[in-house]
Design a protein around this ligand. Structure first.
Ligand code: NAI
Length: 345
């Protein structure tokens, strides 16, 4: 039987690969532009499954509405899952995700941001378009020989470490679960803050990583250090970051994510006065680069996201074990009893 799948927060680039792969599966797609939340979940009547994204609100209310429509599968087309209330979902809706789609996409974007910020490419581009060929104010520094501090050395952090080594940088890292045989030098968090010229975040958003970059952390960093965040916005206390950039303590920031991004990123506000003063002020700084949660956006990543999401859904409808299922026991405590070819409940 054909299964009806609803996609939330859909953008044109999302549809490309899902539509291209659709014929392999017995699915009908319904694309919604709105984000999934307790109210928009009302549109899911008649659907068999739902596909959600990073800024959808999958709280108890959303889950109860979906459950009321008999929907038992929610497929995240992303790796992060901090927007899901797993306790509310347990025993009601299976949540699957795409654990890896292209660590290269994100790691390469992080380095692109650093190179842009350091060598002032964003400003040079605007000057030369105006036939202003002055290079005053564009002095950067060699990455070669500088210290990169990486917080989180999972799939993305390790690819990023290799890229940094390619530039001749010294790499140090902090991770409660160090990668074995990676050759990475692990240090305590304070030591990483003290030693690094650039700090790049590649850890998930958890209770432990929330505001891992706060006033205290910034206080012990090198003067002029750069902060790079391509993980989740709330790892950085943006008010503290803004103050530190104004003071000159922090030399620059590259932000692909922002803690209050959910109502702003992915939308066109070019005709509207932005209400978020912190974001507006950060964007106005010559030494801050903000991209709109686009680090993942490569053809390879989009293809992998579509393939894994559709396979995740197929496993569910075929009654099989769910390879990429995640529940509160896996997510929070790491003690899920699920075995290969099984489901979390
Ligand atoms: P991963 O799960 O492979 O690695 C995460 C690493 O962070 C693990 O090694 C883990 O031990 C470590 N970690 C956990 N708590 C930590 C802590 N308190 N301090 C330091 N390290 C800690 O995840 P992956 O694929 O490398 O992704 C990392 C993050 O990147 C994701 O959680 C997601 O938030 C973000 N991401 C952003 C994207 C974007 O487009 N900007 C796209 C994909 C992921």
């Amino acid at each position: 039987m054909i299964k009806n799948i609803g996609f939330f927060d859909t953008k044109p680039y999302d549809k490309v690969w899902f539509d291209r792969l659709k014929d392999k599966y017995r699915f009908e797609f319904k694309y919604f532009e709105s984000k999934l939340n307790g109210d928009t979940a009302m549109m899911c009547s008649g659907l068999d499954g739902v596909v959600a994204f990073v800024n959808d609100v999958i709280d108890k209310k959303t889950i109860d509405v979906l459950n009321g429509f008999g929907i038992k599968i929610l497929a995240l087309r992303c790796a992060g899952y901090n927007n899901v209330d797993f306790k509310a979902a347990f025993d009601k809706i299976h949540v699957v995700r795409v654990p890896a789609y292209s660590p290269h996409a994100v790691a390469e974007h992080a380095m692109a941001l650093i190179l842009t910020l350091n060598r002032k490419i964003h400003r040079a581009y605007i000057r030369t378009r105006d036939f202003n060929f002055s290079i005053n104010g564009f002095t950067g520094f060699d990455l070669y020989g500088k210290t990169m501090g990486i917080i989180g050395t999972g799939k993305i952090g390790r690819v990023f470490a290799d890229i940094c080594k390619g530039f001749g940088m010294k790499v140090i890292a902090h991770d409660p679960f160090p990668a074995k045989d990676s050759g990475i030098e692990y240090v305590g968090l304070d030591e990483l803050f003290k030693q690094s010229d650039i700090i790049s975040l590649h850890a998930p958003l958890t209770r432990d990583t929330y505001h891992i970059i706060d006033r205290d952390a910034i206080g012990i960093m090198k003067d002029g250090a750069y902060i790079v965040n391509t993980s989740r916005g709330a790892l950085v206390d943006s008010e503290a970051l803004l103050e530190a950039i104004k003071d000159g303590k922090i030399g620059g920031a590259c932000l692909d994510v922002y803690e209050e991004e959910s109502d702003i990123f992915y939308e066109d506000y070019s005709n509207v006065v932005i209400k978020d003063d912190i974001l507006a002020r950060l964007i106005s700084m010559p030494n801050v680069i903000v991209t709109s949660h686009q680090a993942f956006l490569t053809d390879e990543a989009l293809k992998n996201i579509a393939e894994t999401t559709l396979e995740n859904l197929k496993e569910f409808f075929d009654g099989k074990g769910l390879t990429n299922e995640i529940c509160y026991r896996c997510a929070k405590y790491g003690n899920c009893t699920k075995k290969d070819n099984e489901r979390c409940f």
